[in-house]
Every structure is written in C-alpha cells, then in structure tokens.
Design a protein around this ligand. Structure first.
Ligand code: AMP
Length: 187
C-alpha cells in the first residue's frame, strides 16, 4: 500500500502515521524525523536543514527530493510506504507523482486552526521541540497554507484525495482513515 498523509502542523499526522504503518506493515517515512536525525549526526544536509527548520520554512526541494526518492523506491519494493511530511511543495508533489511507485491514495487530515495551535503548544511542553515556539508555529501554519495546501487540488485531480476529520480523538481518526483505505481497496 502506498499512502501519503497530508495536514497542517499539529493535525496529528505523526501519531496516525506510526499507527497506520504498524497496522499495514508498511514503511513510515517522516521527513521531519529524517531531517532531525541528519541534524543530530551533523551531516551537510543536517546542518542546512537545522537552520531552516528553526524558522519553520521548508528545506530546499532538490535536497528533500534527493533524500526521499531512494527511500520511497525501496519501500515500494516491499509492502509499501506511508509518507509523513512529503510532499510539502508543488515541485516535491510533481516529483512524487511522476515516480513509477507514486502513491495510491492521499489522506488529508482536517483540523480547525485554533485547535492546531493549542495542540502544538501542548506538544512543545511535552517534547520540547526547538521549532514549537509560538512564532515559529505561526510561520509553519502559514507555510502549510501557502505551499502544501494547494497540493490537495493536485491529488484531487488524480482521484487520490480522501479527507478525514481529525478534530476528534486520535483512536477515532485512525478508525476513520482505515475505513477510507478499506473502501478504496474493496472497490
Ligand atoms: P515536521 O516534523 O513534519 O513538522 O517537519 C519539521 C520541519 O522539517 C518543517 O518545518 C520543515 O522545516 C522541515 N520539513 C519537513 N518536511 C519537509 C519537506 N517535505 N520539505 C521541506 N522541508 C520539510
């Protein structure tokens, strides 16, 4: 199964991605986690990414596409993948959709904006992520609206888009996503 999970910062993407990947036995590819481990390892990509991540802007498309492309190809040779945080821009989406192993479905998680900010501020207390300050959060939500939200139309045009209400408890969101995926495979 080849799945993309899309949604604004704080929509619960990471939590759902972990659960769904375990449930379907597919590879969970989180761009944010990959970049954070590159940063911790001090690689060239990691150093560049750390600076950009601290502002909430997007890391350069060519670097991200180069990072993700081989991982997506490898995962697709197995049981499939769940992409968490990719694609986030039009060039990334175009690169992904042009792959032989392009996604079969894009699940968009919808949450009202005030709920997002509360959730991220709560995560900041629990996880202490460097980019979870009020200012950076505001920018990350703005970057999502500007660069990532327009991708929903690209997915819809290709018949890949499924929208799920993510303003309910996480277990109910997981059930709703699984229902969407099962509807898709039973058609
Ligand atoms: P996340 O953990 O998904 O919230 O991502 C944290 C940060 O990593 C983002 O704010 C961006 O700076 C960077 N990032 C994650 N995914 C991408 C992507 N697909 N393209 C560019 N930058 C990304």
């Amino acid at each position: 199964m080849r799945i993309v999970l899309v949604g604004p910062p704080g929509c619960g993407k990471g939590t759902q991605a972990t659960r769904l990947a375990a449930r379907f036995g597919i590879v969970h590819l989180s761009v944010g986690d990959l970049l954070r481990s590159e940063a911790a390892a001090g690689s060239d990509l990691g150093r560049r990414a750390a600076q950009i991540m601290a502002s909430g802007e997007l890391v350069d498309d060519d670097l991200i596409i180069e990072l993700m492309d081989p991982k997506i190809t490898a995962a697709a040779q197995g049981r499939g993948y769940l992409l968490d945080g990719y694609p986030r821009s039009e060039p990334q989406a175009a690169a992904l959709l042009a792959m032989d192993t392009a996604p079969e479905v894009a699940i968009a998680l919808e949450v009202p904006e005030p709920v997002l900010v509360d959730r991220i501020l709560h995560r900041a207390e629990v996880e202490g992520r460097a980019d979870d300050t009020a200012e950076v959060i505001g920018n990350r939500v703005a970057v999502y609206r500007r660069s990532t939200e327009p991708l929903l139309a690209m997915f819809a045009d290709r018949g890949l888009l499924r929208i799920v209400d993510a303003d309910v408890d996480p277990a109910a969101v997981t059930v709703a996503i699984i229902e969407q995926l099962e509807n898709m495979t039973s058609r």
